[in-house]
Write a protein that binds this ligand. Structure first.
Ligand SMILES: [Zn+2]
Length: 106
């Protein structure tokens, strides 16, 4: 299931701008904002909220920290205290490509 071309080779958290920059094995660089990541959090609670049509509006979606979630992806801790979201690598790429929803539903 793991696609070797979507392995990260470099991950940088820019706390000031609250941006996560990931360089991938295929040479592509992805820059994701905290706001965008928070909106796309795929934990069960956020997914349920999105399903019933009340997406979260957080006024503090800056990224506090990121941690490896095993080899599968990243766990992102947001400044509003939300830390339940694990973002698999392929999902991070899908968010950047603008097809996160399709990714979740596939
Ligand atoms: Zn969440």
């Amino acid at each position: 299931m793991t696609n070797p071309s979507i392995a990260p080779v470099d991950i940088k958290l820019h706390k000031k701008s609250s941006e996560l920059a990931i360089t991938w094995a295929d040479g592509i660089e992805t820059i994701l904002s905290g706001q965008s990541l928070r909106a796309h959090c795929a934990c069960s609670r956020c997914r349920a909220r999105n399903l019933i049509g009340t997406p979260l509006i957080s006024d503090n979606a800056s990224i506090e920290n990121v941690m490896m979630a095993g080899v599968a992806g990243l766990q992102i801790i947001f400044a509003d205290g939300h830390d339940k979201g694990v973002f698999p690598w392929a999902y991070l790429r899908a968010i950047d490509a603008g097809n996160a929803l399709e990714h979740l539903n596939s």
